[in-house]
Structures are given as structure tokens and as C-alpha cells.
Write a protein that binds this ligand. Structure first.
Ligand code: ATP
Ligand code: MG
Length: 179
């Protein structure tokens, strides 16, 4: 029989996955045997807040994880159901069994705690710049966004022309844009 392993769950939208996410994942990985990362709002893409598809996010994250030498992980896309009372059951139906949940989000913490899971605070790293919002802002403004993300993420974004996509989304939604 296999020895009992401790599995930890972390959920985010990862639009895109950045160095802050990588740091928190490295620190969590040291506290568990298996890491499950839920790719939230998986159905969303091609908007300013959510530019990348679940598949693109999956690719950027698996490249970044492999480059860090992490291999015992599962990346699972999770679509929104917009019904908080059954959200934990929805997540649990999609991912491998887990014991621990790392989150700073008050609602996520409440829902998993109510469902009986062990919820722990996730450390924050350089949040002023390591945020999805800041990476998207820099991409749109033509700033230095690559330094905020692991190289596998930058490679994926360029490969799918995600930077052009985001710039175009902003142009199309600017007040000067016509239908
Ligand atoms: P956005 O600005 O688009 O909301 P984000 O950086 O907050 O992006 P999310 O995908 O919303 O990223 O966050 C997923 C989880 O990652 C958050 O709940 C948060 O706990 C964690 N996280 C985000 N930024 C950092 C950071 N700099 N350091 C550690 N953890 C972070
Ligand atoms: Mg966020």
C-alpha cells in the first residue's frame, strides 16, 4: 500500500501566472507531498480581466513548474458555477482528494472551513508588482512585463500572441473604438 500523502490545494485565476504565484507554490510544495492547483474561472478568456484560456494557463503553468523541478502536481481547470453554497463540492468533484487548502481569500476560506477542510494562510510575495493586474497593465502599456513572470509563462504568452490579444482587447474597448 502507498504511504498516506498530504495533498494541498491552491486556487487562482492565474491571468497570467506570475512570480508571486511561483513563490507561494514553492513554499507550499515544501509543506505537502502533492500539490493541486485549480485554474479558476476556466470558462473565461479574451477579456481584459481574463485574457487567457484555461488551456493556455495550463501550458504556462506546467512549463513554469517543470522549470522549477516540481513534478508532483495536478493542474485542474475549474469553471465557475456562481453558487457559493455548493462551490466546495463542485471543486472536490473535479480535483484529486486533498487535505489542506491554502488561501487568503475570505470567501474561499469561509467556504472550505465550513466544509471541514484545514485552511491555511498563503504567504504574499512582493504583491505591489507581482499581481495579475500589474502584468496585464504592463502588457497593454508596452512595459516590462516579462520580468514579473517565469520564463515559461513569457514564452507561452508570446507563442499564443497573448500580448497582442490583450492590446487589441483594450483598443477595441477604448471610448474611441467604433462598432
Ligand atoms: P488579479 O490581479 O488578476 O486578481 P492575482 O495576482 O490576484 O491576479 P489570482 O489568480 O487572482 O492572481 O490569485 C490567485 C491567488 O494567488 C490569490 O488568492 C493570492 O492568494 C495568490 N497570490 C497572488 N499574488 C500573489 C503574490 N504576489 N504572492 C503570493 N501569492 C499571491
Ligand atoms: Mg486576484
Amino acid at each position: 500500500m502507498r504511504k498516506r500523502e498530504v495533498s494541498a490545494l491552491l486556487i487562482g485565476r492565474f491571468q497570467p501566472f506570475h512570480n508571486g504565484h511561483m513563490e507561494v507554490i514553492k513554499s507550499i510544495a515544501g509543506q505537502c507531498d502533492r500539490l493541486i492547483v485549480g485554474i479558476g474561472s476556466a470558462q473565461l478568456s479574451h477579456t481584459f480581466e481574463n485574457p487567457f484560456t484555461a488551456g493556455e494557463r495550463h501550458l504556462m503553468m506546467s512549463r513554469a513548474f517543470h522549470d522549477e523541478g516540481l513534478d508532483n502536481f495536478f493542474l485542474v481547470p475549474i469553471v465557475d458555477i456562481n453558487r457559493y453554497s455548493v462551490w466546495v463540492a463542485h471543486v472536490a468533484s473535479l480535483v484529486p482528494p486533498f487535505d489542506l487548502v491554502f488561501s487568503n481569500n475570505p470567501l474561499t476560506r469561509r467556504l472550505f472551513t465550513e466544509a471541514g477542510y484545514d485552511v491555511q494562510q498563503a504567504p504574499m510575495f512582493n504583491r505591489e508588482v507581482y499581481s495579475g493586474t500589474e502584468v496585464r497593465r504592463r502588457i497593454v502599456e508596452g512595459g516590462k512585463w516579462e520580468e514579473l513572470v517565469p520564463s515559461g509563462v513569457a514564452e507561452t504568452i508570446r507563442e499564443v500572441r497573448g500580448d497582442e490579444r490583450l492590446q487589441e482587447i483594450m483598443r477595441d474597448h477604448s471610448p474611441e473604438a467604433t462598432i
